[in-house]
Design a protein around this ligand. Structure first.
Ligand code: PLP
Ligand code: COI
Length: 361
């Protein structure tokens, strides 16, 4: 694997301080982008080349570019946080880099070296560090690395050219309600992913495929969809963009990685954070009927969703065909809030980073 150098070609017209401050006062999620981006090309026979940090701007693509037709695309999501001393640190970029490589293998794309992935993210954050929101709140700078097939032609085959790009966006709460519980529609017929498919790869097609079920959730008055396994339509897998955790008193349980759900980095981090805080934490299969029955009998005390964009979000109302119930009286549960605060404190540099997760820039 070649490790390209990244040439710095910064913008001579970045946004003014006043315009940037206005955006940072209420960034929302994924609505505003920083002044720069990093691009690196890959060509068969040559490997990775032409790494550049350039002003943020449109990509010019031939209408017959492969990705526009056959969706050979992968992406990642990670965050950089302002630390108490004013410096900036990102959270587990090595884990995102390795997952990006795993997604690339599944989509028959070239693997970007871990160190190049991290360097590209670091250079962008360093260049646009004024875009990292202030310390103390929940805001952060969300990084979106992605790779697309750029070969021109309509043949269905792995492309011989690719473009890797990293863009960055200041991020506030993913859900406008903040830590307000989200409502969940349990989809018993539409599935997100199948065994042997691409459910454990972070590829755009998974999200396109989830939109109809998401729209159906809205018709049922719900914010999000929870998907079941595609074979027995019984085992709870995940939401469209988040993993799930079930809280049984002092024990938290998350669905086992079966190959059809995404190995979330927040999910993985919480297994450790929970154990550090004295909770039991396990990976296990959870059925939809067990979810309903254990809520009714009071053993399942809280449910929450987790992911980079959404951090930790409590689940409130749950609906499935013919039934509806509410977790923890529709309030954020105390275990959910405790885990959320601990994870955020590590990310914000308030709590000690005993796992070596923070990557200073
Ligand atoms: N599941 C899906 C389908 C996702 O898109 C995400 C978001 O990245 C997650 C789970 C959570 O993963 P992570 O915690 O790495 O952000
Ligand atoms: C993330 O949490 O980083 C994701 O990619 C989820 C996406 C739905 C915003």
């Amino acid at each position: 694997m070649t490790t390209p150098t990244i040439e710095l070609k910064p913008s001579s017209h970045p946004l003014s301080d006043a315009e940037r401050e206005k955006i940072l006062a209420a960034p929302g999620f994924g609505r505003h982008f920083t002044d720069h981006m990093v691009t690196i090309k890959w060509t068969e026979g040559r490997g990775w080349h032409d790494g550049q940090l350039v002003p943020y701007g449109p990509l010019s693509l031939d209408p017959a570019t492969n990705v526009l037709h056959y969706a050979q695309e992968i992406f990642e999501g990670l965050k950089a946080y302002r630390q108490p001393d004013g410096s900036v640190a990102s959270f587990r970029p090595d884990a995102n880099a390795r997952r990006f490589q795993a997604s690339a293998r599944r989509l028959a794309m070239p693997e970007l070296p871990v160190e190049t992935f991290i360097e590209a993210c670091d250079l962008l954050v360093q260049q646009d560090k004024d875009w990292v929101p202030a310390h103390g709140g929940e805001e952060s700078l969300y990084l979106r690395p992605f790779m697309i097939a750029t070969e021109v032609g309509l043949g269905v085959k792995p492309a011989n050219e690719y473009l890797f790009v990293v863009i960055a966006s200041p991020a506030g709460a993913y859900f406008p309600g903040g830590v307000k519980p989200v409502s969940i529609w349990l989809s018993e017929d539409r599935v997100r992913a199948v065994p042997g498919g691409v459910g454990d790869a972070k590829t755009g097609g998974n999200y396109a495929a989830s939109l109809l079920a998401q729209a159906e959730a809205a018709v049922h008055g719900c914010d999000q969809v929870a998907y079941l396994d595609a074979v027995e339509h019984k085992w709870v897998e995940e939401l469209g963009g988040m993993n799930l955790y079930f809280v049984y008193g002092d024990k938290i349980v998350t669905p086992t990685l079966t190959g059809s759900l995404l190995a979330g980095i927040t999910r993985d981090s919480l297994l450790s954070v929970a154990r550090d805080l004295g909770f039991e934490a396990e990976e296990s299969r959870v059925s939809i009927d067990q979810w309903q029955a254990d809520t009714a009998n009071g053993t399942l005390t809280e449910v929450f969703a987790c992911g980079t964009a959404a951090v930790i979000t409590p689940v409130g109302t749950v609906k499935r065909d013919g039934a509806e119930w509410t977790q923890s009286d529709g309030e954020p549960g105390k275990v959910t809030l405790k885990l959320r605060e601990m994870l955020l404190d590590i990310q914000r540099g308030i709590a000690e980073d005993t796992h070596g997760w923070m990557h200073p820039l």
